[in-house]
Design a protein around this ligand. Structure first.
Ligand SMILES: Nc1nc2c(ncn2[C@@H]2O[C@H](COP(=O)(O)OP(=O)(O)O)[C@@H](O)[C@H]2O)c(=O)[nH]1
Ligand SMILES: [Mg+2]
Length: 435
């Protein structure tokens, strides 16, 4: 994400600076202003943050465990956490959730993502299609949740959303979590408001989430207020965070309206949904890493795969381990997103595409590994040129492809090693910051 890129650049500059003085702070504040304004953060917030940064960076007493550079990073971290909205804890229990928002904001996609989120937490989850306005809404939602073991209720030809919800509640009474998708319009017009209010009365949701497209930037604030006034919103879900440079606008809109942010959508896939936690979010944004989220996510996936979660960080890391891990990683989503969660100073000398664990690549790796001996799988170091040729012949691949597999393994092994050895500044920083 663009905001993240510029902020990480600034943090790196601070970390490398030889001296933190007035000139340095002024330049830094200018850099930060540019980054935040480009991300469409409200100028008022940017000015307040600049003022606080200038005051605190040099005058404030240093924390006994921090050096001046770390102090400035910590101040920056605090101030950014302060201008974005708070999170909200959604219990993992029986509940009903209703999603509202303008057309195209990402409601239907998010209904499916949320349902999968609760389903992954072992709650019996179903969705209701109460969008009778948009043709194809029924098919879209039933397809999205189709293969994921999520219940679905809809009535393809019924035009009365209230009736559908009433029937849906009866049909789905054995489910623990029920999420309703509702119709959107191009603007918040009277008929939409009326429908939302009627639906709310019948459905009686525990949570009403407003789905906001991150690309609307600062307009998010106005939209959130309007929906809040109409039906009372319990939380915001910001979507399409992956595709915009303006994400800062919706993040600070939450602070302005005091409506917390519940989740963030970061892609089109059903798993591209993150629970929002401002502190974690900002530490990732600043490149300080988020090993906590990473491990949590790994744990979820590894549980599904029946693997030891800590295996990511320990062990000899043989080719067999790598394969298992690739399978798990595949479920966690694109690997470059995972690396976004890792701290700065964690430099890999590799391109993103090297980490693409496509099904195709996995299949090829598997074929190659089938032609290796157990000894080679346990200790890939012994694989010399003549072995490479033998393996390539045996698997019907090219020596080039065998080398690619070995290179991938070496890189992953290095990643594991640095994670294990704690070479990462984050751990130190995190401890110092009391995170
Ligand atoms: N890149 C990206 N696309 C998204 C995200 N959420 C939704 N979309 C896309 O946005 C478009 C509109 O989504 P939809 O759920 O139909 O919106 P609705 O009209 O509010 O129900 C679809 O093409 C989705 O794939 C997201 O977090 N990231
Ligand atoms: Mg929809």
């Amino acid at each position: 994400m663009k905001l993240g890129d510029s902020l990480r650049g600034i943090v790196r500059k601070i970390a490398k600076s030889s001296k933190i003085d007035k000139y340095f702070v002024e330049e830094m504040v200018r850099d930060i202003q540019r980054a935040l304004l480009q991300a469409d953060v409200n100028v008022r917030h940017v000015m307040q943050l600049s003022k606080n940064l200038k005051e605190r960076a040099l005058s404030e007493d240093l924390h006994p465990r921090l050096n001046p550079r770390e102090h400035v990073i910590k101040v920056l971290y605090d101030e950014i956490v302060d201008i974005i909205g708070k999170g909200v804890e959604i219990p993992l229990s029986k509940q009903k959730i209703m999603l509202v928002g303008l057309q195209g904001s990402g409601k239907t996609t998010t209904v499916a993502k949320l349902a999968k989120y609760f389903k992954n937490k072992n709650l019996k989850t179903a969705v209701i299609c109460a969008d009778t306005f948009r043709p194809g809404a029924y098919d879209q939602l039933s397809q999205l949740v189709g293969e994921h073991g999520i219940g679905f209720y809809g009535e393809k030809r019924e035009k009365d959303a209230i009736k559908i919800v009433k029937n849906g509640l009866k049909a789905l009474k054995d489910y623990e979590v029920i999420i309703a998708d509702t119709a959107g319009r191009h603007a918040l017009e009277e008929d939409l408001i009326k429908e939302m209010i009627d639906l709310e009365k019948v459905f009686q949701p525990d949570y009403k989430f407003l789905v906001l497209d991150a690309a609307i930037g600062q307009l998010a604030s106005k939209q959130a207020k309007a929906f809040h006034d109409a039906i009372g919103i319990s939380g915001i879900i910001i979507t399409k965070f992956d595709g915009t440079a303006k994400g800062g606008g919706s993040l600070s809109a939450s602070k302005e309206t005091s409506i917390p942010i519940a989740f963030i959508g970061t892609g089109e896939r059903i798993d591209d949904l993150e629970k929002f936690d401002p502190e974690r979010f900002v530490s990732r944004l600043l490149g300080m890493g988020d090993l906590k989220s990473l491990l949590e996510k790994a744990e979820e996936v590894f549980a599904e795969e029946d693997l030891d979660p800590k295996a990511l960080l320990k062990g000899k890391f043989t080719l067999k381990d790598m394969y298992k891990q690739m399978e798990a990683m595949n479920k966690m989503g694109p690997i470059n997103k995972i690396f976004d969660m890792l701290p700065f100073g964690f430099n890999f000398d590799v391109k993103d595409d090297m980490f693409e664990t496509t099904q195709e690549k996995m299949a090829k790796f598997k074929v190659i590994m089938d032609s290796m001996t157990d000894e080679e799988l346990e200790n890939p170091k012994i694989i010399n040129t003549s072995r490479i040729h033998r393996i390539a012949r045996g698997s019907g691949t090219s020596p080039q492809e065998v080398k690619e597999l070995l290179k991938y393994h070496r890189t992953m092994k290095n990643v594991m090693k640095s994670l294990k050895s704690g070479k990462i500044p984050f751990k130190k920083l995190a401890k110092k910051f009391g995170m």
